[in-house]
Design a protein around this ligand. Sequence first.
Ligand SMILES: *[C@@H]1O[C@H](CO)[C@@H](O)[C@H](O)[C@H]1NC(C)=O
Ligand SMILES: *[C@@H]1O[C@H](CO)[C@@H](O)[C@H](O)[C@H]1NC(C)=O
Ligand SMILES: *[C@@H]1O[C@H](CO)[C@@H](O)[C@H](O)[C@H]1NC(C)=O
Length: 495
Amino acid sequence: MAGKLLALLPPALLAAAGLAGLLLLSVPTRDVREPPALKYGIVLDAGSSHTSMFIYKWPADKENDTGIVGQHSSCDVRGGGISSYADNPAGAGQSLVECLDQALQDVPQERHAGTPLYLGATAGMRLLNLTSPEAAASVLEAVTRTLTQYPFDFRGARILSGQDEGVFGWVTANYLLENFIKHGRAGRWFRPRRGTLGAMDLGGASTQLTFEAAGPAEDPASEVQLRLYGQQYRVYTHSFLCYGRDQVLQRLLASVLQTHDAHPCWPRGYSAHVLLREVYASPCTTALRPPTFDPTAEVSLVGSGDPALCRSLVSGLFSPAPCPFSRCSFNGVFQPPVAGDFVAFSAFFYTVDFLRAAMGLPVGTLRQLEAAVAAVCNQTWSELQARAPGAGPRLPNYCPAAMFVQQLLSRGYGFDERAFSRVTFQKKAGDTAVGWALGYMLNLTNMIPADPPGLRKALALSAWAALILLFALLLLAALVLLLRRARPAKPPGAL
Ligand SMILES: *[C@@H]1O[C@H](CO)[C@@H](O)[C@H](O)[C@H]1NC(C)=O
Ligand SMILES: *[C@@H]1O[C@H](CO)[C@@H](O)[C@H](O)[C@H]1NC(C)=O
Ligand SMILES: *[C@@H]1O[C@H](CO)[C@@H](O)[C@H](O)[C@H]1NC(C)=O
């Protein structure tokens, strides 16, 4: 009996070793460890109409993974965009103080010095740099002076090109939705088959269209090649300066003033005083500026709420310029046919959301969008106020803004019903705002590697799999041995 037990010992030990190995391997080591330390990054998005501050956070040990960076908090700077401080640059710096003070609270103190801080300015500053490069430089100097007074790792205040703005918005959207690469359950990296998402951004002074192109671009200026996580992307992008929401409204006003008529895109019963200096200040309205005008003059303008006239006024923004390529959007700008899914954010979202939420109008198809725009443009001022109370100072301008969005998408970019059905209007993905800011930070902090992040992990994974297999075989061998030795006398077939 004792001898029999003794004979069972080696296979039992073998089995125990195999079992122990399997158990050790299946315990997730990550959960045993302390929660990983968080890292932070701050981006000030200095837009033409206002500045927003975004604070991002991510686990320090996973910074090269996709979809890992999320929004920690945000802050809206009070007052206008930094480009509105051309006559008082110091005021631009001062305007940021309240949000930066909030950042001191939002980021744990021991992380301040290691937190990169960026300011990126967009089309408002591009326009100011066109009219007065000196003024643009002093505004950037003033904000730099303020930003360097904080304990963060300040990495510069710059004006982004329209191309950067478009591409970083595209990177943000696809990064957040994990369209580049995805971390699967088994710790394995894989490339989602759904492809990338096109991005449409409507700011105050410019608008960007960015999507992965099927073929080579006819105009090299519109193509950007990116290598992200080991994959090459050929991206079409174009930024239309002066086609942002606020500049479009100024241009429509300038055109109405040329005829001194009522404004067909403003509701009947609405009137406003228009300061000529404000209308003509921007390079976007230069062509419509009378040779002489009194900059201090105010003109009183009434709305005529005429959807058909408003439509033709807005269509004047899309010049039928000759197209030097096989295909153009408008103004002679090359554009391949829109393809795939799109996300439309910033003012695209706010405008469509007004139609949907405040006005209760369906906007699921282009035809519905067109009808919704006509309905909004046909409201009287008192109807509009009654229907959308609390819509704020933008209320009289929703008709021209919505008319512009509808025409930009359909006649501008060439979305038909089929293509439009793949557009979603969205301002956030999860808790994170969709815009260029996150993509800008990811790029400048090298958080999107050119090579696949999976290499190291994949190796670890195969080693792990080999060990599992080894221990499992060990266990199996032990069990077989054990079984044979425990029942040596049993004749075969007795079962
Ligand atoms: C992220 O990638 C960069 C460059 O590939 C590398 O130097 C860095 O160590 C990586 N960071 C982590 C946390 O894996
Ligand atoms: C202003 O525009 C000029 C000409 O395009 C450019 O060289 C310069 O870098 C711009 N200024 C800033 C601050 O970006
Ligand atoms: C605009 O409103 C008027 C009444 O205020 C109505 O008679 C007309 O049919 C409407 N037109 C459109 C296009 O909705």
